[in-house]
Design a protein around this ligand. Structure first.
Ligand code: ZN
Length: 172
């Protein structure tokens, strides 16, 4: 029988694959899956640019899909795996859905609401708390993000260069 850790790593690998799909589409690479009884029932990747919606975070899409599939807003038997520490909005949705467990990859010091800026999942003032496992395959997740932003910076540099030195045809 597989240990919980092995299963967790497998599901996080699926979330990483979803994050990769985001990167391929020019979106900040964050991916998430919702798992119920050992089966992925929701999957999402960040698509904020494509949808031009601030709600289109990976977790929101994965939770929405899981709720639809299970025909319930209560996901109390579900675990969420996400490659980056969730923000305030997504942690709010996780709590609203009464999820059982949260497993995330790397921390987000600028926006994380689970460890970094807030600790919403353990806040006793709210009506639901849930256990959290952080740092699952964190290295792979942060490398994906770092590569994406390095490419973006490189692209910006090249664009600036093209503006400064127009091609002979354009300059004529
Ligand atoms: Zn979020």
């Amino acid at each position: 029988m597989l240990s919980l850790d092995t299963c967790d790593a497998d599901f996080m690998t699926s979330a990483l694959a979803a994050a990769g799909a985001a990167a391929d589409r020019g979106e900040v690479p964050v991916g998430a899956v919702v798992v119920s009884e050992g089966i992925i029932v929701g999957m999402g990747y960040n698509r904020r640019e494509q949808s031009q919606s601030p709600l289109s975070h990976a977790e929101m899409i994965a939770i929405d899909e899981a709720s639809r599939r299970l025909r319930s807003w209560r996901l109390k038997d579900c675990d969420l795996y996400v490659t980056l520490e969730p923000c305030i909005m997504c942690t709010g949705a996780i709590i609203q859905a009464r999820m059982r467990r949260l497993i995330f990859g790397c921390v987000d010091p600028k926006a994380g609401a689970v460890e970094s800026l807030y600790r919403l999942c353990e806040d006793q003032r709210l009506n639901h708390q849930l256990p959290v496992v952080g740092g699952m395959l964190a290295e792979a997740s942060s490398v994906l993000l770092a590569d994406f932003f390095a490419r973006l910076r490189q692209q910006k540099r090249e664009n600036r260069k093209a503006e400064r030195w127009p091609s002979p045809v354009e300059g004529a």
